[in-house]
Design a protein around this ligand. Structure first.
Ligand code: PMP
Ligand code: GLN
Length: 381
């Protein structure tokens, strides 16, 4: 086995979902939504199953979806995008990320990754021959350590991964931070892999801004989205990459030898979804904001330290305030087995020097289930 896979173990999401099922726990670990699939989008998929060819669609993606992604870029973010040359459809954002790393990393290239980070980044970067250079963000504010970022840049630095809104910490990068990163790309001739799968999940007055909207970053960003997040259908695995054609070309080469295509009926349904009215996208935010508040206020009532969540569907909660001793993994197991509530230890999102003081709770669940989870923890404490 390749050493990267010999050492990476089973994904923490799979591990916690299994443990949760074994103990009949409420699963607030793995990030998947419950009861939120938009009926119109599911019906569009059912219709497409009867109407669309069951054979390989074009390698770059079904034209209707590529156009819909280009339109959505304009409608939501004011980005002018050519659906013919600047959009690639992938089998989920996970494949899009792997395509980007495989295509753009040369052996020994360094890739700046903010931690905590989604777990596929490190493995995919290493398997592509790259060297992840972690920059650690710290609670409670998760500020960007700008000097540390500048100091981390070497002649081997090639890419920077920017995940905003950011899993697992709910941080949404603001204009000032993005401006700093945009200048960095320009000044040091870097490319940004922008994981924006939670682009439509922001709360209160916080707005998501794609790094790609900064003029100096327009040709240097690969912007990744996911229908799994935008339409609460994580099992569909339909992702999309938007980038200047010169950057997208190599990524499409990797895509053609990883999956080549993505089921065309699902692509059609996602094209339908991206053209839904503002009420759908406003409703997605409102539903998740309500769910966030139910879980946050419930846990705060128990005296828990709940950090700010401006986007994504994850809340970080201090282990000390949940009766946890030293180790977040240990508390996570005990909460699952003894209290019947599964979460994810934040340290799983770090390689080396981890923050071990918080657990991640996914709140994309029905509100009565969130309330039941809080009651279970209350009885256990
Ligand atoms: N990036 C982030 C930050 C995620 O949280 C996820 C997961 N769900 C993905 C990428 C993968 O998305 P997909 O399911 O579309 O592969
Ligand atoms: N992105 C999801 C999360 O962060 C899980 C993805 C997966 O299970 N691989 O929980």
């Amino acid at each position: 086995m390749h050493p990267v896979f010999a050492t990476c173990g089973t994904s923490v999401f799979e591990e916690m979902s299994r443990l949760s099922a074994t103990h009949g726990a409420i699963n607030l670990g793995q990030g998947f939504p419950v009861g939120m699939e938009p009926p119109g989008v599911v019906e569009a998929a059912v219709r497409a199953l009867g109407e669309v060819s069951h054979q390989y669609p074009p390698m770059m993606g079904v034209p209707a979806l590529r156009q819909a992604v280009a339109e959505a870029n304009r409608r939501f973010w004011g980005l002018e995008v050519d659906g013919e040359t600047e959009v690639l459809i992938t089998s989920g954002a996970t494949e899009a990320l792997a395509d980007c790393f495989l295509a753009l990393i040369n052996p020994g290239d360094e890739v700046i990754v903010f931690q905590p980070a989604y777990d596929s980044y490190g493995v995919a970067i290493r398997r592509a021959g790259g060297v992840p250079v972690p920059i650690r963000l710290d609670p409670p504010n998760w500020d960007l350590p700008r000097q540390q970022i500048l100091d981390a840049i070497t002649p081997r630095t090639r890419l920077i991964v920017v995940n905003s809104p950011m899993n697992p910490i709910g941080k949404v990068f603001d204009r000032d931070e993005l401006g700093f990163l945009a200048d960095l790309l320009d000044r040091h001739d870097l490319i940004a892999v922008c994981d924006e799968v939670y682009e439509h999940i922001t709360f209160d007055d916080v707005v998501h801004v794609p790094l790609m909207t900064f003029p100096q970053a327009r040709e240097r960003c690969l912007r990744i989205g996911s229908a799994g997040k935008t339409f609460s259908v994580t099992g569909w695995k339909v992702g999309y990459v938007t980038a200047a054609s010169a950057l997208l070309g190599p990524v499409a080469r990797a895509h053609q030898f990883l999956t080549f295509t993505t089921p065309p009926m699902l692509q059609s349904a996602v094209a339908f979804g991206l053209r839904l009215g503002d009420d759908y996208f406003d409703g997605l935010k409102a539903t998740l904001r309500r769910r966030r508040d139910v879980l946050a206020t419930g846990l705060q009532r128990l005296g828990a330290e709940v950090l700010t969540c401006d986007g994504t569907y994850f809340l970080c909660v201090g282990i000390a305030s949940l009766g946890g001793g030293g180790d977040d993994h240990d508390l996570c197991r005990r909460l699952t087995v003894e209290a019947g509530v599964a979460t994810i230890p934040l340290s799983s999102f770090y390689e080396g020097g981890a923050v071990r003081s918080h657990l991640r709770f996914c709140f994309a669940k029905e509100t009565d289930e969130l309330e039941r989870a809080v009651s279970r923890i209350e009885s256990w404490l």
